[in-house]
Write a protein that binds this ligand. Sequence first.
Ligand code: PAZ
Length: 322
Amino acid sequence: MADSGPLSADGNLPADFAVPSHVEEVKVQMATFAARHSAAGRVVVLITSGGTKVPLESRTVRFLDNFSSGRRGASSAEYFLELGYAVIFLHRHRSLYPFTRLYSGINLLDSLQLESGMGGCSSGQVVVVDQQALPNIAKVLKRYQVVKDAGLLLSVEFSTLSEYLHLLKAAAQALSPIGSKAMFYLAAAVSDFYIPVSDMPEHKIQSSDGPLQISMKMVPKMLSPLVKDWAPQAFVISFKLETDPSILLERARRALDTYRHQVVVANILDTRRGYVVVVTPDTQVELVLTDEEASRGVEIEDRIVSNLSVAHSQFIAQNQAA
Ligand code: PAZ
């Protein structure tokens, strides 16, 4: 999550960030989802996932993006669902998605075959899935259908930084009424920098104008108003990514000190699939996958989610006792 420039005193985003036309409608959907599941005794997690797109031109031809695939968010969503959470999945358009992520590298047409059909099929042929090409597809499909039929997964998409910021604020306000039963799992890789609309050319930047120099402003801090104002009773986890291991833990601790939320999950770009540190104000737990576990398909998100769900239960119990 970006920890950079200021937000106005009333918690409004600068006018540079256009309000998406559907934000109020999505906020109502999220609030209804949270209220329904909370009333049914479930806890609710809002997962952010994927990178953000920062436009360089108003009629955008070019934009700045980042490395995030959305795999952490998508796989974590599945593990939260397994543990009984209802999940709001706020994700970058076309980033990895729960369940379908398992088949993202596969050409769909290579996994289907035409076979002669039985009587009722008008074309005389049926399309059959090659289960070798889609490993565990029957099990995954069954699980997906259970989740879908029970309405346990609410999908919300963003593409640009503006959309992400407004939708996150709306999500925080929508989940606030369920208090400590809400968890925020902020795994998206959000740009720390943007170009204000007033500084942006309307039309495509021309290479004939010579080398391009851009100056970018700091993206407002969202974690601060989220924790203080928008969802003050929620259990909040931010992620901290670095490339230099020597500064990782200091940065994670600094984020906890600054924003006063509950957990930072710290990771390094190259090792993020097999190693993270779960940092709280009082503890620091390393989660590590061995090569053997990784080769069996164990995922570190399983460990992260187990660790955090235990901490969340304790947090809820403390809040109820207080
Ligand atoms: O999306 P992904 O699975 O490729 O990567 C996950 C991640 C590195 C984006 C996430 O673990 C993370 O650290 N997010 C926060 C990044 C940041 O410091 O802004």
